[in-house]
Write a protein that binds this ligand. Structure first.
Ligand code: GLA
Length: 399
């Protein structure tokens, strides 16, 4: 089985594709084109909605939006991924539960901006993307963020020019996703898409929204980050993600804290918290979250010390914790992780929400092909659908 590689478009290609699509479908030129990246999270999984720490990088794979402002409040949408359809939605009709499918992420951003008092009207928009869809690489946040920076520009909102403004845009994209698209996600993905920096991982503190840009240059250490899209079923809108979140919130309430982050920062420590919980499932969920927040701190300390080769143990621990305590892994993700490690990866773990989606493996730069081949072979031997591969470097945020 030859591994299939998912290449990122160059910005020139992505821009030309989406501008051509816009002109062909709307018979005029767009006001401009914008784009935003997908992400992989290095470590800190299911911590964002617990006020914790996470450490994503933006991918070179981006979603492109060509957009033109209108004088009324209509939104017309086309997508290269849906060649036949054009949808028209009046902004006044956008409300929770009113818009289904990918269009909800687009008009949801305009809706959230308007809810927050920003003067945003109608627009025509064309979308094209090389962020693999449904791969757990945040194609939805890339879509929201590309539209957010486009609306910021054409309606002169002045938010995308500063990190503070981008934090506002990210928060509004989360609102769009939570309330219009109906996925109760935590905010890491939108922060990565809007606030990451090229060559850096984004240390995001979800308690106060503050960020630190941590230099992340694997090539300088002869390492590479292999991303494997398992192509296993993955849907955050199904009840599993919401159930994990609810379990954490119930545990926090039982412990009398606002978020589980407070347990990490509490001198009495994890043991005290676990002793106080009588629900065995909550014990495991809390243990994952608190330990995972600690692993982010250790991971960043190793990066700061130039010891990138040592983060593998933390990645392996993170995967075991997500598999056993948080129970969000699956057969395909475990197979990637186990196979990559046997094939010589420094460390490997699932990334993103889980239940399918993607895994990451940190490998020597000259072993990327060999590890990918081993994973492709293992999937073929197991009779599973062929996975897809990409190599992640820390790319730039939306612009
Ligand atoms: C999904 C969500 C994020 C985050 C991760 C798990 O990607 O969109 O907000 O909760 O799962 O870390």
């Amino acid at each position: 089985m030859t591994p299939e590689w998912l290449e990122a478009w160059t910005p020139e290609v992505g821009t030309a594709r989406v501008a051509t699509l816009f002109a062909a479908r709307f018979d005029q030129d767009p006001d401009g084109t914008w784009s935003a990246p997908g992400r992989v999270n290095l470590i800190g999984e299911h911590t964002d909605y617990n006020g914790g720490l996470c450490l994503p990088i933006a991918l070179p794979h981006r979603t492109y939006a060509a957009l033109r402002r209108r004088d009324d409040d209509a939104v017309r949408l086309v997508s290269a991924q849906e060649p036949d359809g054009m949808r028209t939605i009046a902004l006044a009709d956008v409300a929770p539960g009113a818009v289904d499918g990918w269009a909800g992420y687009v008009v949801g951003v305009a809706w959230a901006l308007r809810q927050a008092g920003y003067a945003v009207g109608g627009f025509d928009v064309a979308i094209d993307s090389c962020v693999p869809y449904g791969a757990g690489l945040s194609s939805s946040a890339a879509l929201e963020a590309s539209v957010a920076v486009a609306l910021d520009a054409v309606f002169a909102l002045g938010l995308a020019g500063s990190d503070e403004g981008r934090a506002t845009l990210a928060a509004l994209c989360v609102r769009a996703e939570n309330e219009i698209a109906g996925a109760p996600t935590g905010g890491m993905d939108q922060a990565a898409a809007l606030r990451a920096q090229q060559g850096h991982a984004l240390l995001l503190d979800c308690l106060d929204g503050s960020v630190r840009h941590v230099p992340f240059d694997l090539a300088a250490h002869d390492l590479a980050l292999l991303v494997v899209d398992t192509r296993a079923e993955h849907a955050l809108v199904d009840g599993q993600y919401a159930a994990r979140r609810a379990s954490c919130e119930a545990a926090a309430a039982r412990l009398g804290v606002g978020t589980l982050r407070e347990i990490s920062d509490d001198p009495r420590g994890l043991e005290w918290a676990l002793d106080k919980l009588d629900d065995e499932v909550q014990v495991r969920r809390v243990r994952h979250v608190v330990n995972e927040i600690d692993r982010v701190t250790w991971f960043v300390a190793l990066l700061d010390a130039g010891e990138v080769g040592l983060v593998g143990t933390l990645m392996n621990q993170s995967h075991a914790s997500l598999r056993d305590d948080y129970e969000v892994s699956c057969r395909e993700l475990d197979l990637v992780v186990d196979t990559a490690r046997v094939a010589g990866a420094v460390g490997a773990r699932m990334t993103g929400g889980g239940f399918g989606g993607s895994a990451i493996a940190l490998v020597s730069a000259d072993e990327v092909d060999r590890v990918a081949q081993a994973v492709a072979d293992a999937f073929a031997d197991a009779g599973l659908r062929a996975p897809a591969f990409l190599v992640a470097t820390a790319a730039a945020a939306a612009g």
